[in-house]
Write a protein that binds this ligand. Structure first.
Ligand code: CP
Length: 357
């Protein structure tokens, strides 16, 4: 059975096929309106969402299927202490496919151990958000006309921004890609993204702090929100929250062909005045997201009998538990401390990929 936990679970060929199918759906919605009749999707959202949950639900309804689930962990038996492992096992007995979002990093890797149906990661803490990346890739392909030969600026919270980690992983597989990573020092990209993705694939990148100094060189500018909910120290958030604001003045220095993406929600990081600029494609991005989720649901339901595509890390049980305070393995106490050695022989948590001290 195939699942989607990390964007790298899909090959570039599969992603290209998803984009083609999603564009076909967008042009011919009636042809798809009953294709998932009698199929059910569960949306299990242990963390708030507007776009991801509603676009998944709209996607399944537009395919003629049905939807059930919860939008708040407190409305489920999680509030009574039920584990992710048990929740997914139970719900997978009721439906044909599950999309789950959880605030703890690595939670879908726990779910995949017990699910009986395809599982989609709709965001796990600051770790990954692969279906947002599908929306991003469809937007770049359709609006910029290509997925290669791009200078991509990623700006804002690169530490906790899970959409950024998934986007960098996905784009690193295309030709002639380079990144400008624009963030405050405190919110730089995590080491596992640099070592396991950028360095491993010999992708050129620069880490800078100024958006003004970089904007003229970019083909794509991917703005992100400073992720208040991930900060352990609220004073640090208050200091960093308005680090970057994209406005009309800054847009004047950008290429005429540059596209501005944002996974949304935005808070202050893009002034509303920029919405009128034709280079601003972040609202179109939300629509591409729905069609890509329709294409993904169709693919995973069709490939239910194929072998699992989740790369099982060569894990062993450690005596040391993960020290990432956001890791699911610290919450679900019955989980063993599974670890693996990456290509640089660094020992990492098998759930959240954090380095084990
Ligand atoms: N982009 C995104 O994940 O938005 P939501 O949190 O509203 O789902």
């Amino acid at each position: 059975m195939k699942h989607l936990l990390n964007i790298l679970d899909l090959s570039t060929k599969e992603i290209y096929e998803l984009i083609k199918v999603s564009n076909h759906i967008a042009r011919n919605p009636k042809r798809y309106q009953n294709i998932c009749a009698h199929k059910q999707l569960a949306t299990l959202f242990f963390e708030p969402s507007t776009r991801t949950r509603l676009s998944f639900e709209s996607a399944m309804l537009s395919l003629g299927g049905q939807v059930l689930g919860f939008s708040n962990a407190n409305a489920s038996s999680t509030a009574k202490g039920e584990s992710v492992r048990d929740t997914i096992k139970v719900v997978s007995g009721y439906v044909d496919i599950i999309a789950m979002r959880h605030p703890k990093e690595g939670a879908p890797y726990v779910g995949v151990e017990t699910t009986q149906v395809p599982l989609i990661n709709a965001g796990d803490g600051g770790h990954f958000h692969p279906t947002q990346t599908l929306a991003d890739l469809a937007t770049i392909y359709n609006e910029a006309g290509r997925l290669d030969n791009l200078v991509i600026g990623v700006c804002g919270d690169l530490k906790y921004g899970r959409t950024v980690h998934s986007l960098i992983g996905a784009m690193s597989r295309y030709k002639n890609i380079s990144f400008v990573l624009i963030s405050p020092d405190e919110l730089k990209i995590p080491e596992f993204v640099k070592k396991d993705i950028l360095d491993k694939n010999h992708i050129p990148y620069k880490e800078v702090t100024s958006l003004e100094d970089s904007i003229s060189k970019l083909d794509i500018l991917y703005m992100t929100r400073i992720q208040k909910e991930r900060f352990l120290d609220i004073k640090q958030f208050d200091r960093l929250k308005d680090s970057y604001v994209l406005d009309v003045k800054k847009m004047k220095n950008a290429k005429k062909s540059m596209k501005v993406l944002h996974p949304l929600p935005r808070v202050n990081e893009i002034a509303v005045e920029v919405d009128k600029d034709p280079r601003a494609v972040y609202f179109k991005q939300t629509v591409y997201g729905k069609y890509m989720r329709m294409a993904l649901i169709l693919k995973l339901l069709k490939e239910k009998k194929k072998p699992s595509n989740i790369k099982i890390k060569d894990t062993h049980i450690s005596t040391k538990r993960c020290s990432n305070p956001h890791c699911i393995s610290l919450v679900e106490q019955e989980l063993e401390a599974k670890v693996y050695k990456d290509e640089n022989k660094i020992v990492r948590c098998a759930y959240c990929d954090a380095e084990i001290d």
